[in-house]
Design a protein. Structure first.
Length: 418
């Protein structure tokens, strides 16, 4: 692993790839080329082993039990929280709330904060590149409370068009936006967007699901109010995500789900809540998953997020150049060409072949890509597409994977007669 994030020559990326057991498999005598990390990432043995060891030798309920095994399990659970806070430079670990995933985190914000603070005539600003998880909760609130939704449009190369942003933010109560598009790969200017939201008197809410796994993340430098992201996209287990919020906001919000662990006291005529973060963690929490989440953070930190970003920028540039040079006008890759402002997500249209057919043909060569609307139907309509094929890169990919993708597209050409 890398000990110096100043140069990407210090990391043995083949050793990184070897950490992922599924990538050592072969199907029908050929290796798996996994290019669907924008959907979910593969898991390294370090995360698998940490969860297995905890289940075998350390598992116990947390928080309520006083015996030593339970106290140690509580420490492991809270250690996962501390690791997550450290990764994103949160001011306090107690500001990190464990959720089921980023979708639940965004729903929590819209329901708890939005349901308390927004009413008919109030406005929330979103962008045209949002995932459904950052659209539908606000639309649900709009149906219930009469909240107005305004939209930031896009430029021709898939970046945010900020020309009219001040007018869109005028009188708005919240600006909720992605840090990186799961379709276009576009990385948005998060710190600027947070500043402009605050200048207009609005909260800044960041969907960082696609950003945190691939980039150095500093939520204090962003000056955001809420940030949501998921474990399963960053080498950790599914079933757990994180919501970071400013403590004063979380303190003032009502609980999202009621039940065990989120209460301080219950009487026949009412209840009082436990402090944040327990206030938002009702019921038996994802204990094993929190241990895995912490292990995933430690794994990424052992390589270095700046190192990962450099590796992916190099790989994305290689992929853009390889595919366009080989197929020219026969392939359309959506999003910016400049890898300084995009991540390793390549949504593309190939000739006149339906994306699901492209995906199926690629699968015959063990090249795993996703085809569909990627939970971003409004954006798809703007692109004039019902679906795209999407190849997404991560730290365990290399140039041979890009070459395998390019070669496999020839198979689609042969089958469909182009």
């Amino acid at each position: 692993m890398s000990t110096d994030t100043a140069s990407n020559t210090t990391t043995d990326w083949s050793a990184v790839r070897a950490d992922f057991p599924v990538l050592q498999r072969e199907i029908d005598g050929a290796p798996i080329v996994y290019l669907d990390s924008g959907n979910t990432s593969q898991k390294p043995r370090q995360v698998i082993d940490a969860m297995d060891e905890f289940l075998r030798n350390e598992y116990a309920p947390i928080n309520r039990s006083a015996y030593r095994l339970a106290a140690a399990a509580t420490d492991r659970y809270e250690g996962g929280r501390s690791a997550v806070a450290r990764l994103v430079n949160a001011p306090h670990a107690d500001e990190v709330v464990f959720t089921k995933n980023a979708t639940e985190a965004l729903n929590l914000i819209a329901s708890s904060w939005g349901g308390t603070n927004l009413s008919a005539g109030d406005a929330v600003v979103l962008t045209h590149m949002e995932h459904h998880a950052n659209i539908v909760p606000w639309q649900m609130l709009a149906e219930r409370a009469g909240v107005e939704i305004r939209w930031v449009p896009l430029t021709d190369d898939g970046q945010l068009d900020l020309t009219d942003l001040d007018n869109l933010l005028d009188g708005a109560k919240a600006f909720s936006f992605t840090a990186m598009s799961n379709v276009l790969g576009t990385i948005t200017p998060v710190a600027e967007l947070c500043r402009r939201a605050h200048d207009a008197g609005a909260l800044a809410i960041v969907d960082a699901c696609q950003y945190v796994p691939h980039n150095v993340t500093d939520i204090q430098a962003w000056d955001a109010d809420f940030v949501a992201f998921s474990s399963h996209k960053m080498c950790g287990p599914s079933g757990i995500g994180a919501l970071w919020g400013r403590m004063e906001l979380l303190d003032a919000m009502p609980p999202y789900i009621g039940g065990g662990n989120m209460i301080a006291d219950v009487k026949l005529d009412g209840f009082t809540t436990a402090p944040v973060p327990a206030k938002f963690e009702a019921g038996t929490p994802p204990i094993v998953e929190a241990v895995g989440f912490g292990a995933a953070v430690e794994y990424l930190e052992s390589i270095g997020m700046a190192e990962i970003r450099r590796h992916e920028m190099d790989l994305t540039r290689y992929a853009l150049d390889t595919l366009t040079e080989r197929y020219g006008d026969e392939i359309t890759i959506h999003g910016p060409d400049n890898v300084e402002v995009r991540g390793g997500v390549l949504s593309f249209a190939f000739r006149d072949i339906h994306p699901h057919d492209v995906s199926q043909v690629l699968d015959e060569r063990n090249v795993c890509v996703r085809a569909g609307h990627h939970c971003a139907k409004p954006l798809m309509r703007l692109l004039g597409a019902n679906a795209t094929a999407r190849a997404s890169l991560y730290l365990y990919n290399d140039r041979s994977d890009v070459d395998a993708l390019a070669d496999a597209l020839d198979g689609a050409t042969d089958i469909f007669g182009f």
